[in-house]
Design a protein around this ligand. Structure first.
Ligand code: ATP
Ligand code: MG
Length: 407
């Protein structure tokens, strides 16, 4: 079957009255990017849905696969567009029904939004159903639980006929909800947290704290790879890598061993907060999960959160670990996350960090040393890279590619 159009149905954005135009335009931009460099199609973003016209050379399966990963799309249907007459409709329905297995059941479902069309819904259903029964052998009608449903939409501009409705990712188009800074470790949780907020339309830049030589180049590569995987779905992502070694050493010198974890998190948060203001973001996102580990009790969160008035979004806060793992597998980051490279936090983690830090003690330990200028230095020396789906690290680049970069 050679379909000539795709209908792309919007997610929740149909609900958003006056913002709809902005949402539709953003979705169109995101779809255009997701389909690059494929060709053989033309995108038309309408108020209520998007139509993608398909030409001869279009790779329809690949196009649908890519669309199914774009946030803001509820469902996709490959359709045949026909002229507005009874015969054309019946012909197309017959053509579609020819691919149904012998002995299977079907039903015709007509939606007639063009109320001026001379025949009503019921008449059309009966006539088209009749044509299918007459021309395709071995099918029967079942209006309650059909194996196949031929859907016919009689609209003002044309008639669209289709069978399949393919599930999209739902959510809202990335780019319609402001910008946040994602604290990205090499673990399982933070990439999932990032995707969760992007599914709500928010864009991210990512920040990673790196402590060479305590954490290796491999650990950094891992975070770059996680960012690359995320970017496959949402487009290029800026990754800010913070040199964190000096701060971490200082924390270990100044703070009681049982409190170094808390202070490390607080200083990470302070650096992140400065960067938030620099890049014009409006929130910090992390992968924290209530009660999961020592640094994630409510007590700890209170102490860590105290350094900032920026909203800290924790989309995984109440999820079970197995649900987070499932999501990580869906977005494709799980296999990378479980690679065993050390994290800058785990490497300095004391044997028994305090799980319920006493806030007064936190303040007391940190008052011994003034961290302000070290925080400023860390922010000053951030290395920023833009990671897109084709990103290759320096070490993976062939000499040719490196030469290309030079010119
Ligand atoms: P994750 O799987 O995301 O590492 P986790 O369950 O291992 O989460 P922690 O290691 O306690 O939890 O980290 C909690 C959150 O702090 C992480 O989800 C992440 O947002 C942030 N974080 C931890 N380490 C780093 C780091 N090196 N760079 C940036 N953010 C970090
Ligand atoms: Mg971790």
């Amino acid at each position: 079957m050679k379909y000539d159009h795709l209908i792309v149905r919007y997610g929740e954005l149909t609900l958003k009255g006056s913002n709809r135009k902005k949402f539709v335009n953003q979705l169109k931009t995101n779809v255009t990017r997701a389909l690059k460099p494929l060709d053989g199609f033309h995108i038309k973003g309408k108020r209520d849905r998007m139509y993608i016209e398909l030409f001869e050379e279009a790779d329809i399966d690949e196009i649908i696969h890519r669309l199914s990963k774009v946030y803001g799309i509820k469902s996709i249907s490959p359709v045949l567009k026909t002229e507005k007459n009874d015969q054309a409709m019946a012909d197309v329905a017959v053509q579609l029904a020819q691919s149904f297995d012998k002995g299977s059941t079907f039903k015709i479902d007509v939606k007639r939004s063009d109320k001026s069309y001379p025949k009503d819904t019921y008449e059309l259903q009966r006539e088209i159903g009749g044509a299918v029964l007459k021309n395709v052998e071995g099918l029967t009608v079942d209006v309650r639980q059909p194996q196949h449903e031929i859907r016919v939409e009689v609209r003002l501009d044309a008639i669209y006929i289709y069978v399949e409705v393919i599930q999209g990712s739902g959510g809202l188009p990335v780019g319609t909800g402001g910008k946040t800074l994602l604290m990205l470790s090499g673990g399982i949780d933070s990439p999932v947290a990032g995707m969760e907020v992007m599914k709500r339309g928010v864009t991210i830049e990512a920040i990673h704290f790196h402590s060479p030589p305590f954490t290796s180049e491999k650990a950094k590569e891992k975070v770059i790879e996680l960012t690359r995987i995320m970017s496959e779905r949402v487009g290029p992502i800026k990754l800010h890598i913070v040199p964190f070694t000096d701060l971490q050493k200082q924390i270990n010198k100044s703070v009681h061993p049982r409190y170094t974890m808390t202070s490390t998190r607080r200083l990470m948060m302070r650096v992140a907060d400065q960067l938030v203001h620099k890049i014009g973001a409006l929130g910090i996102v992390n992968g924290e999960n209530l009660g999961q580990v020592a640094s994630q009790t409510l007590n700890s969160m209170y102490a860590i959160n105290h350094v900032t008035s920026t909203p800290v979004l924790r989309p995984l806060l109440t999820l079970d670990k197995e649900d987070i793992v499932k999501k990580a597998k869906e977005i494709g980051t799980f296999e990378v996350s479980i690679q065993p490279y050390e994290d800058c936090c785990t490497i300095f983690t004391p044997k028994n960090p305090v799980t319920e830090p006493d806030f007064n003690k936190v303040m007391e330990y940190e008052s011994v040393f003034n961290f302000d200028s070290m925080v400023d230095d860390a922010v000053e020396n951030i290395e920023t890279i833009v990671v897109d789906k084709n990103y290759k690290s320096e070490k993976d680049k062939s000499t040719d590619a490196l030469m290309e970069d030079l010119f």
